[in-house]
Design a protein around this ligand. Sequence first.
Ligand code: AHR
Length: 488
Amino acid sequence: MATIAIDTRRRIDAIDPNIYGNFIEHLGRCIYGGVYDPGSPLSDERGFRKDVMEAVQRLRVPNLRWPGGNFVSGYHWMDGIGSKENRPRRMELAWHTVETNQFGTDEFIEYCRAVGTEPFICVNMGSGTMDEAQNWVEYCNGSEDTYYANLRRQNGHEEPYGVKQWGLGNEVSGSWQIGHKEADEYARAALEFAKVMKWVDPNIQLIACGSCHQDADDMTFNRVVVEKLIDIAEYLSIHMYVNNRDDNYYEYMGTSEHIEKYIRAVRGIIDGAVYHSRHGKKMKIAFDEWNATYSFPHEHPHHQRYTLEDALVVGMFLNAFIRHADAIKIANMAQLVNVIPPIFTSPEDMFLQTIFYPLELYTCENGTVALDAYCDCETFETKRYGKVPYLDVSASFEPDRNRISISVINRHLTDTIPVTIENQHGGLADKGTLFEINGEDIKTVNDFKEKGNVVTQKREINVPSNPFVLELPPHSISMVQAFLNVTM
Ligand code: AHR
């Protein structure tokens, strides 16, 4: 029998809703054909796909990162404003395509307003200049009688957009990036970009670009960037993509160890730099690209279908973000629609992939304060990570509703695991709710013709005692919600 114990006094930190963010890039059919499809009978008068917007609203996306990704390192934002007929068609070198610039800053902000999310703009630190970044902040946020603020007004937008989150480039450490830079080179440039951007609007928050992978060089890159930018940038961006290309279920299920170790290592770098920083301000982590992924659209035009096992891995990312709620304050699943996506469209239809469901569940149902859950259970053996517990757990609390939520992934391929759940401080009310994501087997997918193979099931449960026992089916994500019966 496994055990999970929580105590509402054992709090990690407030969970920042921004950890449930998402990302759209000018890549494949993410924007053109996903978000924006003018002329489609499924789109509104602005060209926004209505079915996609409905799905996005279900995800309650708190912030949306744009325009890239690798794309941003060759993007000049002035190409994407003003009358659409006059916008240039450009050769696009990140993904070797043509960028029509029909979707630019004003369309992005309008989309954010339409789906109720905050814009997060990443600036071009590849081929872009400091002036461009500075002017982009002014175009979006300027309130005075100045050139770029007036340009926004001329384009029909009197009020400043008030964009808060600004990324200082994307994956600059990667040799594939347009304008790739070594750590020192990037950190020096980013400091200067940061200065002018904050001089234009001191209220913005900056996300410095950290590593795209997790090897030793990437860690050095992170260290240099953190040390140089800790006094000016609020966040360090890190990325992680994982996959089961080897088709080894239990190795893939060990991904939680990879995520966990990496987060701890990055936290260590930040802690070290805080110790020496001028004002001791703690940089936070923006995990602003993460997902399971197999191929990008240029490699594989039909895209992958996500399986149930990928959904479990998405749950593991989310559990890790909750367990590190004191360090991770932004995270963005990559990407929202059609490119390694939770939402997938055709010209006539749309379906929700398996990975949509854990993201929706955590965003909508998790508590607001992360708890430090105790878990004891059996383990499985992996080559890469050694012994890994069958259960991957996070817990949260919502003080306003006196409600705890415990999210557990049972990674056992065949066995149901009974678990004793104990609230160690106070009692539990007799009714609770159980959400469960599961499917026939780990390779189950959703598709246009079979949209509901993997979805979230919800049911009311009895909580007869404290502790109580819950049966966790194999290869499943369960979130149990219970109410405390005393006021804490
Ligand atoms: O999300 C797809 C790509 O993955 C992004 O453009 C890039 O930042 C990352 O390598």
